[in-house]
Design a protein around this ligand. Structure first.
Ligand SMILES: *[C@@H]1O[C@H](CO)[C@@H](O)[C@H](O)[C@H]1NC(C)=O
Ligand SMILES: *[C@@H]1O[C@H](CO)[C@@H](O)[C@H](O)[C@H]1NC(C)=O
Ligand SMILES: *[C@@H]1O[C@H](CO)[C@@H](O)[C@H](O)[C@H]1NC(C)=O
Ligand SMILES: *[C@@H]1O[C@H](CO)[C@@H](O)[C@H](O)[C@H]1NC(C)=O
Ligand SMILES: *[C@@H]1O[C@H](CO)[C@@H](O)[C@H](O)[C@H]1NC(C)=O
Ligand SMILES: *[C@@H]1O[C@H](CO)[C@@H](O)[C@H](O)[C@H]1NC(C)=O
Ligand SMILES: *[C@@H]1O[C@H](CO)[C@@H](O)[C@H](O)[C@H]1NC(C)=O
Ligand SMILES: *[C@@H]1O[C@H](CO)[C@@H](O)[C@H](O)[C@H]1NC(C)=O
Length: 433
């Protein structure tokens, strides 16, 4: 009787002790699940989750193969499930953060690694998500500890929120459109990729709208253009996503004329047609002496620069501005310059600058003479002003080379017999200079 009472007593005590032990071992875990998106509070903010599960001995945080994110109580004897799971032992211990993880692979540098496949549950003792550039210029992203002090933010950066280490690293990494072949003529947002070298440039090359290639100069596989390429088919540019020009594009319109007046006439506006990706669009003005040529940059042979007295502008029809051209007169004598008499091709005749702004043309002793009026002798000036018909003298004041009218042939004398007179005339002309 006494034994039975004792046994019962031991049993009861044991039961009490065990039940107390049991309840002291049991922990509560955060218990929530969410689709794997960064906005969900189960992932970002577990402590705001009210649901918690009792009687656990271990808690877990996991990313399932179907991309579901879960926190909960790990059934005893059940291993933490792959692909990414961390378990812990403590009251509400499963607050693990999730970081993007990739270790030196090319995509770790060249993409923003925002896809779920990069996500990894961190152990409880990792404090932050870390991105760093390795010595071999590859990038590593992982759960870890804060960057060593003194490291530049472009070499190592860390952050505390789940998924905070997505995006290109470093942020300043050069990004270019990357594509080739069909569909590469029109650059789309989805084609933007980071370059393996942070300071690479972007390139565009190709032979037709269906055979374009775009990418980073740091890429060395397939068709590429190096940053220092001199290949004219390689268009290199130096800012993010700058390599978007289509194979051909409308080149707008410009004033197009040779030997244009200082102010171009409105009817000289012409279409520039199509420009290739490696051609500049815009308009130019070339001013050499008093000759002004205007046109489309994509049709200009060679560069437009100060060395060839060329100025350019990038808007459509932008080369309309008047240019300052010297006031010039044709300056010739018909026995020295064969076309001086009839001036059939006035642009090929010699010219002089004429500050006084008045040119003349006239006939003396059977010779056609053209020059700046201030270079004529007193007598010739008098004869011109008196409008003596024999000299057919005409004055003109419009820029440029206005003294270009043909002389009346009837007034011509035998030029070869007049050497003496010619000499006198030349002396008279030169003496006034
Ligand atoms: C914990 O989550 C599971 C599903 O993962 C669910 O069946 C269960 O009811 C949850 N428990 C609590 C206390 O919310
Ligand atoms: C949790 O503990 C309660 C009493 O503390 C018990 O009734 C229940 O069966 C236990 N549940 C599990 C899953 O162990
Ligand atoms: C570069 O270094 C990182 C870290 O040391 C390493 O994980 C990676 O495999 C290396 N990659 C190459 C191509 O050497
Ligand atoms: C990737 O994630 C980073 C950090 O969360 C964000 O700044 C960036 O915009 C994301 N990029 C894309 C393409 O979703
Ligand atoms: C496509 O372009 C590349 C150069 O960018 C050239 O080598 C190749 O011959 C072109 N293919 C065709 C079909 O024109
Ligand atoms: C490099 O170029 C190849 C071929 O054009 C392309 O398939 C690859 O995606 C490029 N790599 C990067 C990192 O842009
Ligand atoms: C481009 O640079 C590389 C090394 O940076 C050099 O080997 C190559 O000769 C250069 N090419 C040209 C065309 O300058
Ligand atoms: C543009 O590229 C083509 C080859 O695709 C080349 O023949 C041409 O000279 C280039 N034009 C310029 C302005 O560089």
């Amino acid at each position: 009787m006494a034994m039975r009472g004792y046994s019962l007593c031991v049993f009861l005590i044991t039961a009490i002790v065990v039940s107390q032990l049991d309840s002291s071992w049991a922990i509560q875990c955060y218990n929530c699940t969410s689709p794997f998106t960064s906005a969900e509070s189960c992932l970002m903010n577990p402590t705001t989750q009210t649901s918690s599960q009792s009687n656990c001995t271990e808690c877990f945080t996991s990313i399932n193969t179907d991309g579901t994110f879960t926190r909960g109580c790990l059934d005893s004897g059940t291993p933490c499930a792959l692909p990414s799971c961390m378990s812990c032992n403590g009251e509400h211990c499963n607050t693990n953060r999730v970081c993007q993880q990739c270790l030196g692979s090319e995509d770790c540098a060249t993409t923003s690694v925002n896809a779920t496949k990069y996500s990894a549950v961190c152990s409880n003792d990792s404090q932050v998500c870390v991105n760093q550039v390795n010595d071999n210029q590859t990038v590593t992203r992982q759960c870890g500890n804060a960057c060593a002090s003194g490291l530049d933010a472009s070499k190592c950066s860390s952050c505390t929120a789940s998924l905070c280490n997505g995006g290109y690293f470093p942020e300043s990494r050069r990004q270019c459109y990357t594509c080739s072949g069909e569909g590469c003529d029109t650059a789309a947002e989805s084609m933007i990729g980071g370059c393996t070298q942070i300071d690479a440039k972007c390139f565009t090359t190709g032979t037709s709208a269906t055979n374009m290639t775009r990418g980073c100069t740091s890429n060395t596989t397939g068709i590429t253009c190096a940053a220092n390429s001199t290949d004219p088919s390689c268009l290199i540019c130096d800012s993010n996503s700058c390599n978007s020009l289509q194979y051909e594009r409308d080149a707008g319109s410009c004033m197009v004329c040779d030997n244009c007046p200082a102010t171009p006439e409105a009817d000289k506006k012409k279409s520039c047609g199509q420009a290739l990706y490696n051609q500049t669009t815009g308009c130019y003005t070339v001013t050499t002496g008093s000759t002004v040529n205007r046109g489309c940059l994509n049709n200009l042979v060679g560069e437009c620069s100060v060395t060839n007295s060329c100025t350019s502008c990038s808007e459509t029809d932008c080369n309309v501005g008047a240019v300052d051209i010297a006031f010039q007169c044709i300056a010739c004598i018909s026995n020295e310059v064969s076309d001086c008499w009839s001036a059939k091709d006035p642009n090929s005749l010699p010219v002089v600058d004429c500050a006084s702004g008045t040119c003349f043309s006239g006939v003396w002793n059977g010779l056609g003479v053209r020059d700046c009026f201030s270079s004529a002798s007193q007598l010739m000036q008098y004869q011109c002003n008196a409008n003596l018909e024999a000299h057919q003298c005409t004055l003109c004041t419009t820029p440029t080379k206005c003294n270009n009218k043909a002389f009346n042939a009837a007034a011509s004398l035998n030029q070869m017999g007049l050497i003496g007179l010619l000499t006198a005339l030349v002396i008279a002309l030169r003496s006034t200079l």
